[in-house]
Write a protein that binds this ligand. Structure first.
Ligand SMILES: Cc1cc2nc3c(=O)[nH]c(=O)nc-3n(C[C@H](O)[C@H](O)[C@H](O)COP(=O)(O)OP(=O)(O)OC[C@H]3O[C@@H](n4cnc5c(N)ncnc54)[C@H](O)[C@@H]3O)c2cc1C
Length: 333
């Protein structure tokens, strides 16, 4: 059994920033995420996009924002468990809580902070591609330069598919964008950009098979109108059909759930003792679902939790500028 003061469920932006704050409050912290990497939606859905509304960072690439948050979180010396979903929560007679993951890891903690965002999210199925077991399927897109010399096939008609196609058309040997329908759901300006790029666009078309031994070499694409089948060169396939999000096991935890969000008070308490929430997953009157709001909620939640765990401590944590113990590794004297 793992023992800690605070269990943070979800290693997205809100969870990573909450981890930093837990360190500032000298709490032993464990972080669990069902994905196999930290960074939540930012790392999984738009690592290469620039974000312009994080205070103090006029323009920051998604992956760089997550790298900074992860580095900041390390000052708390957290135990981070990836690839496991928190599934059950049991109150203990002394007020503490035990949370168990889907693979049976049990975590005994003083309090729980749920920073689960839109919940567990899994890519929409794409049967012909999902069945391929070799390399070359990229569910997270890396930097454009990684695709130099590759024949890239992107599947989807939304903003991510169209933006990646435009971006990679500048570096890849070839880019083919395959969409099942005639019309794209991406912004009109993005569709106009991809049409002007070197990308080949195939609409009303779908991949029916992936060919290659070890790695992807070609895809067979069926044109819905003519029923003809074309073999298209491909060394990389990027499925970009979006994700299916679900709160999963959290819905059975006796929390007040509205739609896909957990209702919280101004201290981020959920109403269930010792269980708090922050970030995209919270709801209250006037809620704005942005990262900067999630960062503030994370700080509010952790400071309130610190007082619950150690009655008599000040709610205000002090200023980080005066606390040497919260310095990131390698900074300061
Ligand atoms: C394309 C796109 C562009 C965006 N651009 C911006 C922008 O410019 N500015 C902005 O402020 N916001 C933007 N957003 C929104 C922003 O990404 C979210 O507000 C932010 O990611 C929310 O952070 P979070 O930590 O609350 O949740 P998430 O990022 O969703 O992270 C939650 C994590 O919790 C994990 N999790 C959930 N349930 C469990 C469980 N039971 N057990 C274990 N782990 C669990 C999930 O796997 C996930 O990793 C954008 C979103 C998208 C999709």
């Amino acid at each position: 059994m793992i023992d800690c003061d605070l269990l943070i469920i979800g290693a997205g932006p809100a969870g990573l920033f909450a981890t930093y704050y837990a360190g500032m409050r000298d709490l032993r912290v464990v972080v669990v995420d069902s994905l196999t990497h930290v960074g939540g939606q930012v790392a999984a859905l738009y690592p290469e996009k620039f974000v312009y509304d994080v205070a103090g960072l006029p323009a920051v690439r998604g992956r760089d924002l997550i790298a900074g948050l992860a580095e900041q979180a390390q000052s708390a010396r957290p135990q981070i468990i990836l690839g496991e979903e928190c599934s059950t929560l049991e109150d203990q007679s002394d007020g503490s809580v035990i949370v168990t993951t889907t693979v049976g890891t049990a975590i005994h903690c003083g309090a729980v902070l749920i920073t689960g965002g839109i919940g567990r999210f899994t890519p929409r199925p794409l049967p012909a591609v999902d069945a391929f077991t070799g390399s070359g399927i990229h569910r997270v897109v890396g930097p454009a330069e990684d695709y130099a010399g590759h024949d890239v096939v992107i599947v989807g008609g939304g903003d991510s598919a169209v933006d990646w196609a435009t971006m990679l058309a500048e570096t890849a040997a070839s880019v083919t964008l395959i969409h099942r329908r005639e019309r794209f759901t991406a912004h009109e300006s993005s569709v106009a950009r991809v049409r002007e790029s070197a990308c080949r666009i195939m609409t009303q078309a779908e991949i029916i098979d992936v060919i290659g031994s070890g790695g992807v070499q070609r895809v067979l694409v069926r044109d819905a109108a003519s029923e003809s089948i074309e073999s298209v060169p491909a060394s990389v396939i990027i499925p970009a059909l979006g994700h299916i999000a679900s709160l999963g096991p959290l819905v059975g935890w006796g929390l007040s759930i509205k739609g896909r969000q957990i209702e919280v008070g101004s201290d981020m308490a959920t109403g269930r003792p010792r269980v708090y929430a922050a970030g995209d997953i919270t709801d209250y009157s006037g809620k704005v679902r942005l990262m900067v709001v999630g960062f503030g909620e994370a700080a509010t939640a952790v400071n309130n939790i610190a007082v619950v765990l150690r009655p008599g401590e000040d709610l205000f944590p002090g200023h980080s500028s005066e606390l040497a113990s919260t310095l990131p590794v390698g900074i300061g004297g």
